[in-house]
Design a protein around this ligand. Sequence first.
Ligand code: ATP
Length: 231
Amino acid sequence: MALYVENATKKFGDFTAVDDISLKVERGQMHGFLGANGAGKTTTFRMILGLLEPTHGMVSWNGKPITYGTSPEIGYLPEERGLYPKMKVEDQLIYLAQLRRMPRQEAKREVANWLGRFEVPHYASKKVEELSKGNQQKIQLIASLLHRPSLLILDEPFSGLDPVNVEMLKSAILDFQKEGATIVFSSHRMDHVEELCDDISILDKGKMILSGSIREVKRSFGKQNVRVKTD
Ligand code: ATP
């Protein structure tokens, strides 16, 4: 049981956004994607999710190819957050759970459970626009966890957050991994990836320039001209 990306390439017209990348993420592992803006992280995630069809190559999860539009066991935190600002947090999360075919009563219970786990049960009746960016991020993360996906894809989960919320989100993600989930996330920052991940991949201009355990990648790191922002 693993996520396989096999020789995946994505072209937009003549432009190659992702160029022949391969990786394997074992079940229960956390895998980090590092790369500068435009390196191809989001495009890779969209292929893993079945939102974009690879121009060449394939992606499979648990032995089944992920083809366009089919990714039922996958949770996704998109880089562009997609919450409705005027909607109440509880209504929004229940709505999103129901889109995943969760019955309403179960959705209500799960939403209360997750808001409690994130220590924000009092946000249930607030509108999204009333929350800080960090707290909106928590709600968006809850939205991606509600149906308890076995594979969780997080696109820049810590970007723009203050250190307290970064720590909170990290521990929530680690807890979810301990419960058995396989997690892939992207970041600009080596320190976040190093702290959380088993293995990492470094993308540069669509190419996978390094991939492996943190130790292996760090050993090769100094030998290559790797453009990774460390802000
Ligand atoms: P960021 O950190 O800025 O999100 P990224 O590593 O996620 O960067 P991608 O969003 O995957 O990078 O983009 C990789 C390249 O592909 C960029 O040059 C981007 O402009 C291009 N690209 C992405 N989507 C499309 C599209 N639909 N049409 C044309 N080009 C695209």
